[in-house]
Ligand binder design. Structure first.
Ligand code: 13P
Length: 251
């Protein structure tokens, strides 16, 4: 029987958001009190400091996170941002291994693992993303791919306090298409079994988020599936009303 964990609704703004977007964040912050979920917003790095200042000032339960980090704490890496810098700017979590990073920047499981380790070194929560492509699903390889990514991307030392896993099928991201409920249930159950195998009791308590075309109209049915402990939301997290409606779908 899947354990009932407090849901986490995380918004990944990707490369979207200028200073005026902080107004939208303000609406999210104002509406967060009614959600029966933890809320996290991951704006672009340029907005993290201002976003966390706004969240802190309001005493809200909305946490702020980063979307990626370098594996090193500092050094000659032009254009990169370290986990320590994200923490310094007010982030409490960092997404690593998003499929857009894996595809656009050739990030391997080993790179993702080093980044997750860096997130922990800075004392933050790592949200590690996994998920198969359309071709891999069509080839019946979804479980194999997710299993391999999990085994390769998670450093040792994971616990329910420092790790969140996000299952994001690549073909469902930004497409309006989602897996069927049994397909989501199958992969989330598989991820849970892998986590329990390696992390024992802690593995039963790590939150597993579903991501890929989550919106207010499908959130409730996805969020009630066993071992779905929240959502990683892209497009719909840019609009406060949609993001809060998804959060409100947690019961
Ligand atoms: P969409 O919700 O826009 O499909 O994006 C999902 C995602 O990639 C979140 O990280």
């Amino acid at each position: 029987m899947a354990e009932k964990l407090r849901p986490l609704i995380a918004g990944n703004w990707k490369m979207n958001g200028l200073t005026p977007s902080l107004m939208e964040l303000g609406v999210m912050i104002a509406g967060a009190g009614i959600a029966s979920a933890d809320l996290l917003v991951c704006p672009p790095a340029t907005l993290i400091a201002a976003a966390s200042a706004a969240a802190r000032a309001s005493g809200t339960r909305v946490a702020i996170g980063g979307q990626d980090c370098h594996a090193s704490p500092s050094g000659a890496h032009t254009g990169d941002v370290s986990a320590e810098m994200l923490k310094d700017a007010g982030a409490s979590a960092v997404i690593v291994g998003h499929s857009e990073r894996r595809a656009d920047h050739g990030e391997t499981d080993a790179v993702v693992q080093a980044k997750a380790q860096a997130v922990w070194r800075a004392g933050l929560i790592a949200i590690v993303c996994v998920g198969e492509t359309q071709a891999e699903r069509d080839g019946g390889k979804a479980r194999d791919v997710v299993g391999r990514q999990l085994a390769g991307s998670l450093p040792s030392g994971a616990s329910a306090a420092n790790l969140v896993v996000a299952y994001e099928p690549v073909w469902a991201i930004g497409t309006g298409r989602t897996p069927t409920n049994p397909e989501i249930e199958e992969i989330h159950g598989f991820i849970r079994a892998q986590l329990v195998k390696t992390l024992k009791d802690q593995g039963a308590r790590v939150r597993i988020l579903y991501g890929g075309s989550v919106k207010p109209s499908n959130a409730a049915e996805i969020l009630k599936l066993p071992d779905v402990n929240g959502a990683l939301v892209g497009g719909a997290s840019l609009k406060a009303s949609d993001f809060l409606a998804i959060a409100a779908a947690c019961s």
